[in-house]
Each structure stands twice: as C-alpha cells, then as structure tokens.
Design a binder for this molecule. Structure first.
Ligand code: FAD
Length: 548
C-alpha cells in the first residue's frame, strides 16, 4: 500500500477486531481499527476465556492480567440448583474458586473469568501500544468496494457526520452479528437462524450473598415450568447477571419487568439496582463464505452461536490467529496464492462444528429438570417427592459435569477448546494417521498435522508453545533427528521465516511422536515425519500456500 494507507482495515473494535489488530501489529503489519462506538463497553456479553484463548493471551503478554484482574479469584464456582435462592436447594456440585483451579497438564494456561468490560480494555491498551496499529473510534464504515489492488472504505464520523474515503490492502470485517458489510457482499447465513429470544439483566447488589443461604456459585432456578433462569457472578463481588433462559416473545423489556425477574429468582425483595436489561437473539448460523476477494469475515460476523458453553468469542479468536499470519505472509511476500483461501477452508468447518455444539448444549440445558409443575414450590409430601425426582435427575447431570477433570467446571469441553483440527486443509501436509477419536469433551495431546501442537513444559516457566507465534518452527525432537539444513535452505530461498529448535527430552518426544515436526505461526502442526522429506522445498511450498 502507498502513503498512509494501512495494509489492513479492521472494521469493528470489539474483542475480535482488537485481537486482529494485536496479531497484525505484533507482526509489524500496519492496520487501522474502525469502530463506530466510543470504546466504552457497557454490557459484559461474555465472561469466560477458554484455555486456547488464554494461550493466545499468553503470547500477547496479557494472560496474567486477564486471569488476575478480571474476577474475584476467591469466589467459589459451585453449580447450585434451587427453586429460588431463598427457597429449596435441588442440587449442588462443589467446585473450587478460580484461585484454587489447577492448570491441566495439557496447557500452560487455565481458563479465566474475565468479563468483557475488563477484557476489551486490556485488548485495547495492548493494541494501542503497538506502533503499527491505529485505533479510530466514532468511525463507522458504510461501504466497501474493491478492485485488484485494494479496498476503498467509505467512512462516516459518527459525531460530525463527516465522510471520507480510506484505502487499504485488505479488510478484516469484525462487525459482529449484524454485519452490514457481509450483507452488501451478498454473503448469506446458513443454519437454523434465530433459535429464541432471551433476556439478560445485569444488576448491582452488595447484599446479594447475604440475603440467601446457598453460598457463592453459579445458580440455576427450576420452577413449575422447569429451568427458567440462571445467575452468574460477573466480578465475584457486586455485579450479577440474570439470564432468562425461557424464550421471550418480545424485544421490549421494561426495567420494572427486569426487577420483578430478579426478585423472583431471589424469592423475596432485596437491595439491588438494575444496570442493564437487554433482549438478545440466540442464533445458530454460519456465513456461507468467510471471504469475498480482499474482505474476510471473522468472529460473530462469520458465525453466531448460542452462548451456552461460552464458545462464541473463543471461536472468533481462533479465526483471528488463523488469518493474521496468513495476511502478514502475503503482505510480506512469502505467502502463496493458496494461503488466503485456506482461511475459509480451515475455519468454516470449526465455526460450523462449534455452532452446532453450542446449540446441542442449549438443548441439553433446556431439558434439565423437566417440567415439574407447581408442586415443586409446595411444602409437604408431594412437594418433597417432586423435588427428590428433580434432584436425582440433576445429580446424574452434575456427575457428568466434572468429566474426570478435577480442575473446575468448563473443562468439560477440553476437546473443543484444544483438540480442533484443520482436516482437509490445502496448506497442511497430512501424515496418513487417522484423526484421534476426539469428542467435544476429551482432548488427546498429539502432534498430528492440522492440530494445535501440544503443550510441554520446557522448564518451570517456559512452555514449548512459547516458541510459536512469529514464523514457522521446525522442532528436532531427539538426538537422532535428521539435520534441518535442507529446510533452512528451502525457507531462505522463499523468504519464509523459520527457526529450528532441537531437543533431546524423552517425554517431549513421546508426546510429539516424530523426530521432525513443523509448526505454523498459529501453533498448528503443518507437517511431521521421522525422516527428511524427499523434497523439503515442496513441503514448505505447500504450507505457505504455493504448491499448486
Ligand atoms: C449472553 C451472551 C453471553 C456470552 N458469553 C460468552 C462467553 O462466556 N464466552 C464466549 O466466548 N462468548 C460468549 N458470548 C459471545 C460473544 O459475546 C461474542 O462472540 C463476541 O462478543 C463477538 O465479538 P466480535 O468482536 O466478533 O463482535 P462484537 O462484540 O459484536 O463487536 C463488533 C463491533 O463492531 C462494531 N461495528 C459494527 N458495525 C460497524 C461498522 N459498520 N463500522 C464500525 N464499527 C462497527 C460494533 O460497534 C462492535 O463494537 C456471549 C454472547 C451472549 C449474547
């Protein structure tokens, strides 16, 4: 690009747009974030940051802050089922507070609770500190048009109404669910569409924990109609989020109604103040295409999931880390013509898979507790019998929730968080081994091409993941591993950044299970073998998207 024109214009300064700026900025790729709002985050839509996203936060140097600043670490995470908070206890699965969570052996970073109101500002500060990144708030993108050399964006200053045009090499469309760019590009949404309307009420209360006797945790209420609401601690102190899980019929949500729902959950009146009350659409959709020419869709612009499971943001961050190095490679001149198309080939199947899993989790949750009828609230023998039935059914579910991981809730989908694989990718060299018997729950640490290279502690503080992120990394994993010279020469010939690391650690070799493993900048395995390939140049050409 010429003059002041950035290489990449990022439309949308939500978490996905900001993360894109960080990934590009760390690679020295000039980019501008265009955000129509003023940068204030009013509503914490998401709260949970999963293990894989935390691993990327570690790469960006913010993992400690995200983990330690987000949430009261001593707030216990028990799953608690009640008729109301001051009513009957129906079930309880004790879980420790985040400070007691242990980090599973498969990752250097355990999950964190960091509400969007804290997470987005951390991303913003990180992006702002990078010389290659510019952030522009109160700037709405109204239109994009592209030609062979780049994209022209029509921008409007939302404060003054002033219009201008901006030229960029590529556009990362991170506009969220209601993406207008996606619509103007004529990219439709596949999937079941809107599943339900639901409501969230964020409220402030200093006395919440003192009013009831159930102790700290994540609360779910089951009434005569079944499971109807949950309350989650946003900061583990005074901010709470009531989610009405029964579908809403209307988008109108008066404050008085919101207050009445909060009181119903508690089972009596208490001192609280509603901070926000919104109705939101639970959707199950994936964009028909993730790309049109020089414009790429990421995050909610590309896929919208039921929030059950907390996969939404985390799927978006996966998009970011997949696309950013490919854009950088093409801009820097070593990425081949197949590299940018591989973004959709790799990420759309993951989006589709996660969207379906989130809906499955929702349907499962909806069925929890059945429809017990009014007796669930009554004292006496019939009430006791109904509550005992509900409790027994709940216990079967709660026993599953731990899934053998003694680390805390939300590890039950470790397979989804860490084990996703870019099967049939045009820029991965398969090694002929079958995919692991992955399900959503179980993660197998293997270094099969397409999968995230497994974590291993090299010393007390250094994970092998810390070696990945900039260019390609060739791991030589035993003293018998072939020399890497042919790869080094092939990489130098094409200008591909490649670093070689040699280890002789039996446990590491046991996990990676090959003498040579080539890892991409996003931490996924691109190729592996016990021997040098007959044509190392060809391997490098495939993985940089230039084999055709
Ligand atoms: C109730 C609820 C709970 C959730 N819980 C979780 C959770 O625990 N974990 C999780 O991973 N996910 C969760 N999610 C999903 C998560 O909130 C979203 O996936 C995430 O916010 C998507 O980020 P994004 O940056 O793609 O989009 P957004 O957050 O929607 O950001 C898009 C940004 O683009 C801006 N914008 C839009 N159009 C333009 C334009 N034309 N020009 C300039 N700017 C524009 C908007 O102002 C906005 O700031 C939850 C969602 C909901 C609704």
């Amino acid at each position: 690009m010429h003059g002041d024109a950035p290489h990449v214009a990022i439309v949308g300064g939500g978490p996905v747009g900001l993360a894109t700026a960080i990934e590009l900025g760390l690679r020295g790729i000039s980019c501008v974030v265009l955000e129509q709002g003023d940068g204030q985050v009013g509503n914490a839509k998401f709260v949970d940051i999963n293990m894989r996203t935390m691993e990327f936060c570690r790469r960006w140097g913010i993992a400690d802050e995200v983990r330690d600043r987000g949430f009261n670490p001593d707030y216990a995470q028990d799953l608690i089922y009640v008729t109301t908070l001051t009513g009957y206890l129906l079930g309880r699965q004790p879980f420790p507070a985040f400070s007691q969570f242990r980090t599973p052996p498969t990752t250097p970073e355990r999950i964190a609770r960091c509400p969007q109101t804290i997470f987005d500002p951390i991303l913003r500060r990180t992006a702002e500190a990078l010389p290659a990144v510019r952030l522009r708030y109160q700037t709405r993108c109204e239109r994009v048009s592209q030609d062979g050399d780049g994209v022209t964006l029509t921008l409007v200053d939302t404060a003054t109404g002033k219009r201008e045009e901006l030229r960029a090499g590529y556009v990362a469309c991170c506009e969220g669910a209601n993406s207008s760019i996606r619509e103007t590009l004529g990219i439709g949404l596949d999937g079941a569409g809107t599943l339900s309307l639901n409501a969230n009420v964020v409220f402030f209360s200093e006395e919440f924990l003192r009013v009831h006797d159930k102790g700290p945790g994540f609360y779910t209420a089951i009434g005569p109609e079944g499971r109807w609401a949950s309350v989650l601690a946003i900061d583990g102190g005074t901010l709470w989020r009531l989610q009405l899980t029964k579908p809403f019929e209307t988008t109108v949500f008066p404050k008085a109604d919101a207050e009445a729902w909060v009181r119903r959950f508690m089972g009596r009146d208490f001192a609280f103040e509603v901070r926000s009350a919104i109705v939101w659409s639970r959707r199950e959709v994936v964009a028909a295409s993730y790309r049109s020419g020089r414009v790429f869709l990421l995050g909610d612009a590309a896929h919208q999931l039921s929030p059950t499971g907390g996969f939404g943001l985390n799927t978006g961050i996966g998009d970011v880390t997949n696309l950013a190095w490919k854009l950088a490679a093409v801009i820097d001149g070593w990425g081949g013509p197949e590299l940018l198309p591989s973004y959709e080939a790799e990420r759309k199947p993951i989006g589709t898979q996660n969207v379906a899993a989130a809906t499955g989790r929702w349907q499962h949750n909806e069925a929890v507790g059945g429809t017990p009828g009014p007796a669930i609230l009554e004292s006496g023998a019939e009430g006791d019998r109904v509550r005992a039935d509900v409790s027994a059914a709940l216990q079967r579910i709660l026993d599953r929730a731990n899934c053998g991981y003694d680390y805390g809730p939300r590890y039950e989908d470790a397979g989804m968080q860490l084990g996703y694989s870019y099967e049939n990718s045009p820029v991965i060299v398969p090694d002929g081994t079958p995919p692991p018997l992955n399900d959503h729950r179980t993660y197998y640490p293997i270094a099969r091409p397409g999968i995230r290279a497994p974590h291993f502690w090299l010393d007390e503080r250094t994970s092998i993941l810390d070696l990945f992120g900039t260019g390609f990394v060739l791991l030589r994993l035993s003293r018998h591993a072939p020399a890497a010279d042919v790869f080094v020469a092939a990489a130098a010939k094409r200008g591909v950044p490649l670093t070689v690391h040699s280890f002789d650690i039996p446990q590491l070799f046991h996990i990676y299970n090959r003498q040579l493993v080539l890892v991409r900048p996003d931490g996924h395995v691109a190729w592996r073998s016990d021997e040098l390939p007959t044509d190392a140049q060809h391997v490098l050409d495939v993985v940089r998207g230039s084999a055709a």
